[in-house]
Design a protein around this ligand. Structure first.
Ligand SMILES: Nc1ncnc2c1ncn2[C@@H]1O[C@H](COP(=O)(O)OP(=O)(O)OP(=O)(O)O)[C@@H](O)[C@H]1O
Ligand SMILES: [Mg+2]
Ligand SMILES: [Zn+2]
Length: 455
């Protein structure tokens, strides 16, 4: 009988230690170490295997074109970097109930329709539960195999039997390998199972999609530990109480991570939103309110129009509050400093809240001018022309700096029927024919006089 050994494993980052400590020395989180039992391997000397793969000169290596195939969803393909790569390992993570299984089942349906064989391992649900969902989503195919199983070795046996081209594991937290005795969902199990799945992907050239839950408490391992093991990490996000869903890749070995995909959760499944700006503009209730500004942000290959809202009010705290949702906090502080210094707005006794609607996270400075105008108009109780889109970065001296892909942003505004665009002053003529009035501004004050008016 093998000897039982226990160890303490940080459920956040996977750090291991022999005895309990309150704070993980690796990632710094408190109380995340839990005890895990592991079967000690019998102390036989491991047999040394020497691999005879040759060492190559870089200019002698032949490039193998990676084969990509479509998921049937343009929005998903774009986030993946124009489709799924054969033999890759993709992690789809998201909050419980957000719609991960729905997205993957619909994707599975699309892929199977094109003749590819797919094995869907539902470790959390019974076959009939999956069948019920499939009926609701109108997914049906002779190539789609469903296997309700939590044991990885049984899954591997079925892979050899069915020989699928794509394998889906729903979810990694509920699957376990018999090689180790820790309970499923523990960091050791997740890491061990993912390692085996990586082997399957690379050695058998099967595309593996694993679903992972993100949980707020530290007890169950989140996909954080997985991120460095897999090829691609995609997050599926959204407000559970709203129908809009966002796909975002945070790591991709085969494409850019700037792209986002937008879906709408409807009665019979997820629908692609090919023009998200339109959707975000529809959510706009009051067109001309102080503190409301439309900006054009750039997400990967496309421009998106979103609304920025600011609320500025006298503070009742010893030091005023600054809260930003969807924008970078330090950027907000900098914009407030510029507003105070360059146009004399006295915000030192005011709370400032800034919110980007539609659940978009803006991390580019091109939103600066829009955020500044939202704050300034709310403070002065005036409005920005509701037919106007605001684009520009603000320097510390209050100058408006140029932004990337300006033409694309203006074009998006024009497409959605906006009449005016406030843009940074250009040194050269803008490329393209625009039906929209373009106002070039060099300083913050110029922008304000170009588009701000009384209510
Ligand atoms: N009968 C239904 N009609 C419409 N929408 C439904 C129906 N059943 C489920 N949904 C939607 O699907 C969502 C659940 O989707 P799904 O099971 O794919 O999520 P998940 O992320 O896989 O969840 P889990 O974490 O439980 O695995 C629900 O939150 C709901 O919005
Ligand atoms: Mg699910
Ligand atoms: Zn840790």
């Amino acid at each position: 009988m093998a000897k039982l050994k226990t160890k303490w494993v940080c459920q956040n980052c996977g750090y291991e230690t022999a005895k309990y400590i309150g704070r993980c020395p690796d990632c710094g989180s408190w109380g995340t170490l839990t005890e895990e039992i592991e079967v000690k391997q019998t102390t036989q000397k491991p047999t040394v295997v020497i691999d005879d793969t040759p060492v190559c000169l870089i200019n002698e290596i032949e490039i193998k074109e990676s084969i990509k195939f479509s998921t049937g969803f343009e929005e998903l393909d774009r986030v993946l970097g124009s489709g799924l790569v054969q033999g890759s390992l993709v992690l789809l993570a998201g909050d419980p109930g957000i719609g991960k299984s729905t997205l993957i089942l619909q994707t599975a349906g699309n892929i199977c329709k094109k003749g590819k064989k797919l094995l869907y391992v539902c470790a959390e649900e019974s076959g009939s539960q999956v069948k019920l969902r499939a009926q609701r989503l109108n997914v049906n195919s002779d190539n789609l195999y469903v296997y309700s199983q939590t044991n990885l070795e049984s899954v591997i046996a079925q892979i050899d039997n069915i020989k699928p081209e794509i394998l889906v594991i729903d979810s990694i937290q509920s699957i376990y390998t018999s090689n180790i005795t820790s309970s499923s969902g523990s960091v050791s199990q997740i890491r061990e199972c993912t390692n085996s799945l990586m082997d399957i992907a690379k050695n058998k050239n099967i595309t593996v999609i694993i679903i992972g839950h993100v949980t707020k408490d530290g007890n169950i391992a989140g996909p954080k530990v997985l991120e460095h093991m897999v090829d691609t990490v995609i997050y599926f996000e959204g407000d559970k109480y709203k129908s809009q869903r966002l796909l975002r890749s945070i790591k991709n070995r085969f494409g850019s991570t700037n792209e986002i995909g937008v879906f709408n959760m409807a009665e019979n499944g997820l629908e692609e939103v090919t023009n998200p700006s339109e959707l975000f503009m529809k959510e706009r209730t009051d067109n001309a309110a102080p503190g409301s500004v439309i900006i054009a942000t750039n997400e990967g290959t496309r421009a998106l129009l979103v609304e920025v809202q600011a609320l500025v009010g006298a503070t009742s705290y010893p030091s005023p509050r600054r809260v930003s949702t969807g924008t970078e906090f330090n950027r907000l502080l900098q914009i407030i400093a510029v507003l105070e210094k360059r146009i004399g707005l006295n915000l030192s006794k005011h709370d400032v809240y800034v919110n980007v609607t539609g659940g978009i996270e803006i991390d580019e400075p091109a939103a600066d001018l829009g955020i500044a105008l939202a704050i300034a108009t709310c403070y002065r109780d005036v409005i920005v022309d509701p037919n106007c889109v605001i684009i520009g970065e603000i320097s510390l001296s209050g100058e408006i700096r140029n932004v990337s892909n300006l033409e694309k942003r203006i074009y998006e505004a024009q497409k959605l029927g906006f009449k005016k665009a406030i843009v940074p002053k250009q040194n050269k003529k803008l490329q393209g024919n625009f039906d929209i009035q373009i106002i070039e501004v060099a300083r913050l004050m110029e922008a304000i006089s170009a588009c701000v008016s009384k209510k």
